[in-house]
Ligand binder design. Sequence first.
Ligand code: FMN
Length: 187
Amino acid sequence: MVAITTAADGSIEAADFRQIFGLLPTGVVAITGKSESGKPLGFVVGTFQSLSLDPPLVMFAVDKGSSTWPWIRNLEQFTANILSTEQLPVCKALARKGDDKFKDLPFEWSTIGTPRLPGSTAWIDCDVASEIVAGDHYVIVGEIKEMEQASDCEALLFRGGKFGEFDFWDRPAPEPKPIAEEVETQE
Ligand SMILES: Cc1cc2nc3c(=O)[nH]c(=O)nc-3n(C[C@H](O)[C@H](O)[C@H](O)COP(=O)(O)O)c2cc1C
């Protein structure tokens, strides 16, 4: 175990920040949209979350330095493709910089006109509801227009710089003791 301390002035080192947040597994989601000329665009986030049921909202955080987000933002629509364990190559293609990310990537247009990536676990098509400036990122809130489970494939996970998949415990959960018995033991 590595102990990490905060400097007296409260500053946080980038490496420590990454190490601590690398302990928390995240899903891997491709945010896709299109340019005004109709070109498919996308990038990968680990910050995608559900936010509200009524109205149905989702959120993710995008770095202010993203070269793709400003183009997707112009048309105010995106699809969150929940990537599956079969889609590591798709993840790698979209998690790099460049304007040819869709060169070898198959996709289908959603009814709102955003690219859906085949083989995803689910697709969530959204309008951009709001964008909040938060430090070096924008927090994007999307309103769900349509969503669909796309396959039975397991979601791809990310933790500490490595990819993996979810596994349920195969050992049974511990049998709970009757509450009265626990109280007696404590006396
Ligand atoms: C597993 C994983 C999670 C990521 N999460 C985020 C994220 O939440 N927000 C973000 O801005 N970038 C995230 N990135 C990095 C972007 O995908 C990457 O910087 C991408 O190249 C940005 O491309 P762009 O400049 O074309 O937008 C993540 C990358 C990976 C592999």
